[in-house]
Ligand binder design. Structure first.
Ligand SMILES: Cc1cc2nc3c(=O)[nH]c(=O)nc-3n(C[C@H](O)[C@H](O)[C@H](O)COP(=O)(O)OP(=O)(O)OC[C@H]3O[C@@H](n4cnc5c(N)ncnc54)[C@H](O)[C@@H]3O)c2cc1C
Length: 264
């Protein structure tokens, strides 16, 4: 680890002030990604801005036809929340499959979505549910947020504050997980929302993406059979020691079928 300064602000305004005063400062939430990066000297921030003392970043609440989840909400809190289980059960189920008990007790929704790891779970839910990302400066639609591998629309020093999830008619999630880390090899989150049917694929490509052919098929016929013969092209998918692009392409169809079955 390199040396760095440490700050623990008590409000979003103070955190933003610290971040804008120092372009090399980085926020930390659960530390499940940033801490290993610091330990391996892959990151050299001048200062760490610890968000864990900011009460306004916490909490899960229902506001009319949407669920608002604070950035600092831990995976275990989403998995165990009666509010989430009742409004969007697939989101609670997804949170309960992230990593292991230790990761779920430290990792946060805001940290995971800001990080945009291609193999992370939450980005698929955010994209398929047509969620809105609320920052200290603006509101960003999910379709505009995930730009590429570990890249989002967040500007340097911009803080993710909360995510607003419109409550869908139906939603389901299925993933093939790496048996060691539980990170996604390929996953599908399907949702019937006010803005139509949306299918988001994670783990398979360099960034979460929408599978529009499946969306059209499910709009015509909401059933696992509707996606069974749709093949995801392997051209732009990830290939690594865990699985080839062709294997991941195959998994996309299998996971989409399972996700629709789970949604009911
Ligand atoms: C062993 C292991 C297994 C895992 N398995 C899975 C898995 O199966 N599925 C999965 O989805 N994830 C998995 N993870 C990742 C984990 O779920 C965390 O969610 C993820 O690491 C980031 O969340 P965090 O709160 O720890 O963020 P941090 O590590 O604190 O931060 C991550 C990045 O986001 C930035 N950041 C943090 N909060 C904010 C904010 N509010 N606004 C703007 N930027 C911010 C930080 O500066 C940093 O760049 C795993 C992690 C480990 C260590």
């Amino acid at each position: 680890m390199y040396d760095f300064a440490y700050h623990k602000p008590a409000s979003v305004a103070d955190a933003v002030k610290l971040l804008s005063a120092d372009p090399d400062a980085r926020p930390i939430s659960g530390g499940q990604t940033l801490l290993p990066a610091l330990k391996h000297r892959l990151n050299k921030p001048s200062a760490i801005i610890d968000l864990s003392g900011i009460a306004e970043l916490r909490g899960i609440r229902r506001e009319g036809d949407k669920l608002v989840i604070g950035a600092l909400t831990k995976h275990v809190e989403v998995a165990d929340s009666a509010e989430v289980k009742s409004a969007i059960p697939a989101l609670a189920q997804l949170a309960g499959t992230i990593g292991d008990t230790q990761v779920r007790n430290r990792g946060t929704m805001g940290g995971s979505v800001s990080n945009n790891d291609p193999a992370a779970d939450y980005p698929a839910a955010v994209l398929a549910l047509d969620a809105t990302i609320v920052t200290d400066k603006r509101r960003i639609a999910a379709d505009e947020f995930f730009l590429g591998m570990f890249t989002t629309a967040l500007e340097p020093g911009e803080l993710l504050v909360a995510i607003e999830f419109p409550i869908p008619e139906k939603a389901g999630y299925a993933k093939m997980k790496n048996p060691a880390s539980r990170y996604v090899m390929a996953g599908a989150f399907v949702a019937k929302t006010k803005s139509g049917v949306r299918v988001a694929i994670n783990g398979a490509g360099p960034c979460v993406f929408r599978q529009t052919e499946m969306e059209q098929a499910l709009t015509a016929n909401w059933s696992p059979d509707a996606v069974a013969s749709i093949k995801q092209p392997a051209d732009d998918l990830n290939s690594d020691i865990h699985g080839s692009a062709e294997y991941r392409a195959h998994l996309v169809t299998v996971m989409a079928k399972r996700a629709v079955a789970a949604a009911g």
